[in-house]
Ligand binder design. Structure first.
Ligand code: AMP
Length: 996
């Protein structure tokens, strides 16, 4: 770039020309880039004085001309010997010291050459060029001048020749070198031209000191010019990394001929704890870290770490949080999981000798998703515990279980085993946080299957030898059989039937003393060693042979030894069954129609007896319940309020027996005799039942003023409340396990021809092992003591939203109507205690049901379960499944948990309690807490506030990840909140139910 000013020199006489000379004065450098730095060795004008240059021949040829320009002295050299030929005029500079690194220098000339044509007659000898020479020397040789020591650099010719009055100033730059000695001289040789040397500068170029790519490089003299034989056009320069930066190889860069830097090699990077910032490495700020040498910026400290100091290489985990061995410093710190939730052991239906352990994922996963489980088994007797040994096997294994359940086999029935399930994650071994849950369980026998065939092995006129087989691989060793038979009656005798019942240890029997040539009907059922029984077989008809003349007459009922030598356990029991029951509309009664069994079949032996059939209800109590002395009962704490008085938790210590926890129902003072009888009727009913899913009656106090009913104690109380308190904490598998228990109890009741009429989650009790039991039996109570009971037009009180339409319409209470209620219980369980039909009025519920609407699937409900619910709610009660079907189906789901994987379609607008776009009055939610309250998630209010989510607009922006990050960990809760946000986004929100 040209940098300079034009100075007007008035009335100058140049080379004999009187003219106005516009002299171009170079100020700095000519034609060099702005960035390029030059070091000047000699500048004619900067000298501002006589330069002391040598001329040869002395005082001829070149002459010095001194002028004043703008108040400054200006020295120029000129020569104009155009005539006479053979000119050889030299002008030599003073000694120019060379900088050691400057092996090549630039010579910049400003000069004027007169046109030879302007000299008349001189054109033949006149020249228009001159020569530039140089000579190296290690010392200043003073005035000693030898032309021969000079080497020619170039012939200098003007671009513009000065012909007229207008002076043409030329500028030429030449490079001189390579130079090696301490200094040098330059010389101008004139061979007969008319020249004025106006400016003259000698310089070399440097690449200035620089910092590039975090490496600093020193100021470096540029190599000489290319194009004149110089091999090294680029000069390689090594640098050093800036403070707090390192490099594997030494940083290098090239300094070009033009004094510019090019091609840096070997990157420097900031070391750990430092980040690059404006060609330097600066310390990471507090709260940030950098783990290693890199060009990256410092990162903020991850989740669950302490605030780091400035310059940190890592952020320490907060107390109780860890990083797994191979996790990088950038990973969030995590904690070991909390213990698995709700560990339960269930007997696997139809798989003898097996238990299924299941549990819910830990409430706190510690922020990790690599949770696995291991299970250990011990047998504890008194204080001593021993490992269970290899006989007990776990399916699929005892460790690294990815799903929250495991099958256990090889157990001895009725022995107590303690199973400990531990939740593990990548950081478990770093902490001693307790992540275990234990359950003690004993293998209960499952109900044996139905006997499907029976044959007669030997036929006599008064005896029959019968045998049967049962299709179960692992039937418990001491399975017993209950055989009942009767003579096939004629139609007229049908009201009264006499049964004979035998309890046998083998699957064959010889029955003697039968009437000859008579048809008998036999049914048999298997019983496990603890009394659990399967269903009775169908009836098989066998006939005795006609009487032989010698056969002695029948005198008594004699049962011979069982065929094959099997010993008979009990002698004959003769039962008289009155088939036609006295009808009592207010009392609970047996199945009124033949919904469950075909009309040809008889009812099972054990049939519920309505206490009202007894003239004196006290006799019924005495018959079905054992009397307890009040001194054996300790009442400890009120746990509920029954219709007749408080319910207490207490202890029962009968003489010679272990103390057991019990619930004690009391009858409040001032009762009438009728109320006392009604109160005790519950015990008369409960006392007839013996099933693991029916609340067990311990006994009654009737002989003292304060009557009491004592039942087994159920630690977790009523199921509806329990579910609401543990919303989202149980897996579908566990919920199905609960439903299986309730269905088992209901199957037992329906087999006994008992219709419950008030089956609802509030009337199911749950114990500490999560076993559900049907409770709330009583005669008047349906509906007196149930707050859900609503008077119907026919006068009775009915819990509308749990009751089948035919029972509401015309009091047709049957096991089929109990099945409808069971469907509602299924819905309550899968919705974690949600109120069926939410806040619709009873009237709206009845109307919707009559219009064929049904409840929608609860959130996250397996499709197979919802399908079953819908079948329970079929209008035509004969099409609903029976409890036996329900038990079988639920067992199937439990055996193959994959069948629960498909989730029923979910509409977020209907499963959340309230229409999710608005508050209870239909207006939009005014605050986050109002919204959370409406979806029953108020416990997370603080989490939202702490995370700065304070407006509904912010809520709408949240993604699932955000919800998890603010501390909502339970999968059920996460889903509920996420679904509600979905619903909020979808502006249409009508509370609807699905049509079937
Ligand atoms: P009930 O009169 O049978 O409905 O009982 C009233 C309340 O007492 C129930 O909702 C339970 O909370 C509690 N309760 C009744 N029986 C038991 C029991 N066997 N074990 C534990 N809690 C019980």
């Amino acid at each position: 770039m040209l940098k300079g000013v034009t100075v007007k020199v008035s009335e100058m006489d140049f080379l004999g020309i009187k003219c106005h000379l516009f002299l171009f004065v170079f100020i700095n450098s000519v034609f060099i880039s702005e960035q390029t730095k030059v070091e000047v060795l000699l500048d004619m004008r900067a000298a501002r004085g006589e330069l002391g240059w040598l001329t040869s021949p002395y005082s001829d040829g070149w002459e010095i001309v001194q002028r004043v320009v703008n108040g400054s002295q200006l020295y120029t050299y000129s020569v104009c010997k155009v005539e006479g030929g053979d000119q050889d005029n030299w002008l030599r500079t003073t000694f120019i010291q060379r900088a050691p690194a400057a092996t090549r220098v630039f010579v910049e000339l400003g000069f004027i050459v007169r046109d030879c044509n302007s000299f008349e007659g001189a054109s033949l000898t006149c020249k228009e060029t001159f020569n530039l020479h140089y000579a190296e020397s290690d010392a200043d040789v003073g005035t000693s001048f030898h032309k021969t020591q000079f080497r020619k650099v170039a012939t200098i010719a003007p671009d513009e020749i000065t012909a007229g009055a207008e002076v043409q100033v030329n500028t030429e730059t030449r490079t001189v070198g390579p130079l090696s000695q301490k200094g040098f001289y330059l010389a101008f040789q004139d061979i007969g031209a008319c020249i004025a040397l106006l400016s003259f500068r000698v310089y070399y170029k440097v690449c200035p000191a620089t910092v590039q790519s975090l490496a600093s490089f020193p100021e470096t003299v540029a190599s000489g010019g290319a194009g004149n034989g110089e091999s090294q056009a680029l000069r390689e320069v090594t640098g050093t990394c800036v403070e707090n930066a390192v490099s594997q190889e030494q940083p290098r860069i090239y300094c070009t001929v033009d004094g510019e830097w090019a091609v840096p090699v070997g990157h420097c990077q900031c070391r750990a704890g430092f980040e690059p910032a404006a060609e330097a490495c600066r310390e990471c700020r507090a709260g940030f870290f950098k783990e290693s040498v890199s060009s990256e910026q410092c990162e903020p400290c991850p989740v669950n770490t302490e605030q780091s100091a400035a310059g940190s290489l890592s952020c320490q985990c907060k107390e109780g949080f860890y990083r797994a061995p191979k996790e990088p410093q950038t990973a969030a710190c995590t904690a070991p999981p909390s213990p698995p939730l709700n560990l339960v052991a269930m007997t696997i239906p139809t798989s003898a000798g097996k238990l299924q352990l299941s549990w819910g994922p830990p409430a706190d996963t510690g922020g990790r998703d690599d949770i696995t489980y291991s299970v250990a088994c011990e047998r504890c007797e008194r204080a001593a515990c021993l490992p269970c040994g290899e006989k007990v096997r776990f399916e699929p294994g005892a460790s690294d279980l990815p799903v929250p359940r495991v099958g256990v086999s090889g157990l001895e029935p009725l022995l107590n085993y303690t199973f400990t399930v531990e939740a593990h994650s990548g950081v478990s071994q770093l902490s001693d946080r307790q992540s275990t849950a234990s359950v003690t369980a004993a293998l209960q026998y499952t109900d044996p299957p139905k006997v499907t065939s029976m044959r007669v092995d030997k036929q006599g006129s008064t005896s029959l030898v019968l045998s049967w087989t049962i299709s179960q691989r692992a039937l418990p060793q001491n399975t017993r059989y209950e055989l009942m038979y009767r003579k096939k009656e004629k139609d007229s005798e049908k009201d009264v039937t006499t049964y004979t019942v035998l309890v046998l240890e083998k699957n064959s029997v010889q029955i003697s003393d039968l009437a000859p040539a008579t048809a008998y009907l036999f049914r048999v059922q298997a019983q496990n060693p603890v009394g659990g029984s399967g269903t009775y077989s169908d009836e098989f008809k066998f006939e005795t042979l006609p009487e032989e003349s010698k056969t002695p007459g029948n005198t008594a009922v004699i049962v011979g030894a069982a065929a094959g030598g099997g010993a008979m356990l009990f002698l004959v029991v003769v039962v008289l069954l009155i088939r036609k029951r006295k009808r009592n509309p207010t009392a609970r009664q047996g199945v009124e129609d033949t919904y469950f069994s075909n009309s040809e079949q008889l009812k099972p032996l054990k049939t519920y007896v309505d206490p009202h059939t007894y003239e004196d209800p006290n006799i019924a109590v005495m018959k079905f319940a054992s009397e307890i002395h009040p001194s054996h009962i300790t009442k400890q704490k009120v746990i509920g309020a029954g219709e007749f008085g408080e319910v207490y938790r207490g202890a029962l210590k009968a003489p010679g027996r272990k103390e057991v926890a019990v619930a004690v129902k009391t009858l409040k003072p001032g009762y009438t005799e009728k109320q006392r009888q009604d109160f005790l009727s519950e015990a008369s009913i409960m006392g007839q039942f013996c099933h693991q899913n029916i609340i067990r009656l311990e006994g009654v106090v009737t002989k003292y003023k304060h009557a009491m009913i004592v039942t087994e104690y159920m630690e977790n109380g009523a199921l509806d409340k329990y579910l609401r308190d543990h919303d989202g904490e149980m897996t579908s598998y566990q919920l199905v396990g609960m439903l299986r228990g309730i269905a088992g109890g209901m199957k037992y009741l329906s087999d006994m021809s008992y219709v419950h009429r008030d089956l609802a989650a509030r009337n199911i009790l749950i114990n500490s092992s999560m076993v559900c039991k049907v409770s709330d039996f009583g005669l008047s109570r349906v509906l007196e003591d149930d707050q859900e009971g609503t008077y119907t037009t026919s006068g009775g009180k009915i819990p509308i939203r749990w009751t089948a339409p035919e029972a509401i319409a015309y009091r047709k209470f049957t096991s089929a109507s109990d099945v409808w209620s069971f469907g509602i219980v299924m819905w309550e369980v899968m919705a974690f205690g949600e109120r069926p039909y939410w806040d619709m009025s009873n009237h709206e519920v009845m109307k919707a049901i009559n219009e064929a609407f049904r409840l929608p699937a609860p959130m996250d409900c397996p499709s197979a379960l919802y399908q079953l619910m819908l079948r329970c709610w079929l209008q035509d009660r004969s099409k609903r499944p029976c409890f036996n079907d329900i038990v079988n189906l639920l067992d199937k789901f439990l055996r193959s948990p994959d069948s629960l994987k498909t989730i029923a379609d979910f509409d977020p607008r209907v499963s959340i309690r309230l229409p999710s776009t608005s508050g209870s009055d239909g207006s939009p939610f005014r605050s986050v807490s109002e919204w959370l309250e409406s979806i029953k998630m108020s416990q997370y209010s603080e989490n939202f506030t702490c995370a700065g989510v304070v407006t509904m607009e912010q809520v709408l922006q949240m993604k699932n990840e955000d919800i998890r990050n603010i501390g909502v960990r339970l999968p059920g809760h996460l889903k509920r909140i996420a679904y509600s946000i979905l619903g909020l986004k979808d502006q249409t929100s009508t509370l609807s139910v699905f049509a079937v």
